[in-house]
Design a protein around this ligand. Structure first.
Ligand code: FES
Length: 82
């Protein structure tokens, strides 16, 4: 098991998981809020096509969580808008 941080909270994941899988396994469903109306979005397609799972990873925005492999100590934040 490894640990990562989501919105400052320490969560567990299995090595080799995608970030999206790790978030779902920890019952985290919201990864971003839309521009304008701030509607919540989360993992939808799971294959990198819909861009609903965007998050901020280690300070870098617009990362598709379904394509990012989880790393020990990774800092993940919800993305608000673009
Ligand atoms: S869930 Fe669709 S791009 Fe990640």
């Amino acid at each position: 098991m490894i640990h990562f941080f989501f919105e400052g909270n320490s969560l567990e994941a299995s090595e080799g998981q995608t970030l999206a899988a790790a978030l779902l396994a920890n019952h985290e469903r919201v990864t971003r809020f839309t521009r304008g109306k701030s509607k919540p979005r989360g993992v939808f397609c799971g294959i990198g096509a819909c861009f609903d799972c965007l998050v901020i990873v280690d300070g870098e925005s617009n990362q598709r969580s379904c394509l990012v492999e989880i790393c020990d100590g990774m800092q993940v934040r919800i993305q608000d808008g673009a």
